[in-house]
Design a protein around this ligand. Structure first.
Ligand SMILES: *[C@@H]1O[C@H](CO)[C@@H](O)[C@H](O)[C@H]1NC(C)=O
Ligand SMILES: *[C@@H]1O[C@H](CO)[C@@H](O)[C@H](O)[C@H]1NC(C)=O
Ligand SMILES: *[C@@H]1O[C@H](CO)[C@@H](O)[C@H](O)[C@H]1NC(C)=O
Length: 328
């Protein structure tokens, strides 16, 4: 343990010395993190080090409301005051640009038609800023959130900011009630969700093979990425990337969306690097689950209705009902 701390301190000191000698230190520093060890012999902070290498990222290690988390479905609390989610696309199709950021597949909508979400646990309306995909190198891993300890092949995160209180995403991300992230688990099946199919078909995905590649898509219907369910699970957490600000309300949809084996395969062929550097798959771009501490996980799934249905078999029915959609 002592040795680890010493190593961290040495790295920290080195970093300060090195970065002060570089032309654009703050910018380099902001991007100086990774999900996994990259090249031998070169230190780059993986999730357990994020909070230790940059004082502005303190929350990544000392925060008590961090994300992602493992959701134990038996500990969820039914909240009858959770309103239905309301997605507002204004009835418009949207255009968006897909990026390989080196860490995620990212989709940003053009500003012509704004997509807002409200209801659920939200007091304010929030505007969709970015859709981000996390995925694994194997089918049994890839989602950031876990359900009863189990990961999914991927997780689509729809990141929204509070446009009623804040002028833009950057301001909202560091402010109270700033963000709402809708999380949708991704599983492998014979057929694909139609929105995912637009992003992940070979013609599209092969245009963003390398870091900083971008590709514009038209005629997207944001409604299509949502699974057909009104049920969700919600809790208060953080960004899952540095600086780990604790400003995000998470909404996990209680049903997955599907992608094909081929689409999954294509995602794994995305590189974290630009073409001049050795290929390194973007897969496993996942922060490990963080402690829940004393946070409450709420849901609009009304278990009591099941209890009435089946008074003698409560525990089993609870598990069954939740697992029916997500764990099969
Ligand atoms: C989303 O909110 C903005 C206000 O920031 C508003 O101009 C826009 O019309 C809303 N879009 C929809 C589809 O409701
Ligand atoms: C988007 O999809 C939803 C659900 O499939 C549909 O009701 C809606 O009409 C579509 N929007 C547009 C603009 O086509
Ligand atoms: C966001 O809004 C703040 C405050 O108005 C402004 O200073 C900043 O430049 C804006 N950032 C972006 C990326 O637009």
């Amino acid at each position: 343990m002592d040795i680890i701390w010493e190593v961290v301190i040495v790295f920290h000191v080195n970093l300060i010395i090195c970065s002060s000698a570089q032309p654009n230190p703050s910018k380099d520093h902001e991007g100086w993190w990774a999900y996994k060890e990259a090249v031998q012999g070169k230190f780059i902070p993986v999730p357990s080090f994020w909070g230790l290498v940059n004082s502005a990222w303190n929350l990544c290690s000392v925060g008590k409301k961090q994300s992602p988390v493992n959701v134990e479905t038996s500990h969820m609390i039914f909240d009858p005051y959770l309103a239905p989610l309301r997605l507002n696309t204004g009835g418009h199709m949207v255009g968006g640009t897909m990026y390989n950021t080196g860490r995620h597949i990212s989709m940003r909508l053009d500003k012509e038609h704004l997509v807002n979400i409200s209801g659920g646990p939200m007091t304010y309306s929030h505007r969709l800023e970015e859709i981000r995909l996390h995925f694994g190198s194997e089918d049994g891993q890839g989602s950031e959130h876990l359900l009863n300890g189990q990961a999914f092949a991927g997780e689509a995160q729809l990141i929204h900011y509070n446009h009623e209180l804040y002028p833009n995403y950057t301001e909202a991300a560091k402010s109270p009630n700033g963000l709402v992230v809708v999380s949708i688990f991704m599983k492998i099946a014979e057929t694909s969700n139609s929105f995912l199919n637009r992003m992940l078909n070979r013609d599209t995905i092969t245009r963003i093979t390398y870091k900083n590649d971008a590709y514009f898509l038209e005629g997207l219907n944001v409604t299509d990425i949502y699974p057909e369910t009104a049920s969700f699970i919600t809790y208060e957490g953080s960004l899952t990337v540095p600086p780990c600000y604790e400003t995000s309300t998470w909404i996990l949809m209680n049903k997955p969306i599907y992608m094909t084996k081929m689409q999954m395969h294509s995602m794994r062929l995305l590189s974290q690097n630009d073409p001049s550097v050795i290929f390194l798959s973007m897969s496993d771009n996942v922060r490990p689950a963080q402690s829940l501490n004393n946070r409450c996980i709420r849901t609009n799934i009304n278990f009591n209705m099941l209890v009435r249905d089946c008074p003698n078999n409560r525990a089993q029915r609870l598990q069954y009902r939740v697992n029916e959609w997500l764990l099969k």
